[in-house]
Design a protein around this ligand. Structure first.
Ligand SMILES: [Zn+2]
Ligand SMILES: [Zn+2]
Ligand SMILES: [Zn+2]
Length: 140
């Protein structure tokens, strides 16, 4: 495994005040270097030596600490993506949408032009999830 990539994972862990255990560093490195949101089956494939319970726990720590978020879930498959600067250990703030390309099937986090705002009187909105499908720029 390349050192530069591991370092990126380690510095993000440090920022979130998490110890850089081998399981955490490897998982984060796999997600960071994948390019698009990564399906869980791909994570399992790439980390075949990590036992499932450790993997599951590590994923949950990352979800709780604002390091990763679920980009898309379909049936048994969940896609994970790295969070941006706005996410903290206390809350996720995603001002972006998730896009699934029907051709290459990649799921990506995409910034929209302008803020996504949905007003729902009488409710306190905590998360906003917008999911779009279509054809991505690379497949058009
Ligand atoms: Zn997040
Ligand atoms: Zn595509
Ligand atoms: Zn996202």
């Amino acid at each position: 495994m390349e050192n530069a990539r591991n370092n990126a994972a380690k510095s993000l862990l440090k920022k979130r005040k998490l110890r850089a255990t081998p399981a955490r560093t490897e998982l984060l490195d796999v997600v960071q270097s994948y390019g698009t949101a990564i399906p869980y089956t791909k994570i399992q494939e790439k980390l075949a030596d990590t036992d499932r319970i450790t993997l599951y726990r590590t994923l949950n720590v990352f979800l709780e600490k604002g390091i990763l978020h679920k980009a898309y879930t379909s049936g048994e498959e969940t896609y994970y993506a790295v969070c941006g600067e706005n996410c903290t250990a206390h809350e996720h703030r995603h001002n972006h949408v998730h896009f699934k390309c029907t051709v290459c099937e990649n799921v990506t986090c995409e910034k929209t032009e302008g803020e996504i705002r949905i007003d729902l009187p009488g409710f306190e909105v905590e998360t906003v999830g917008v999911f779009l499908t279509g054809v991505c720029g690379g497949c058009l």
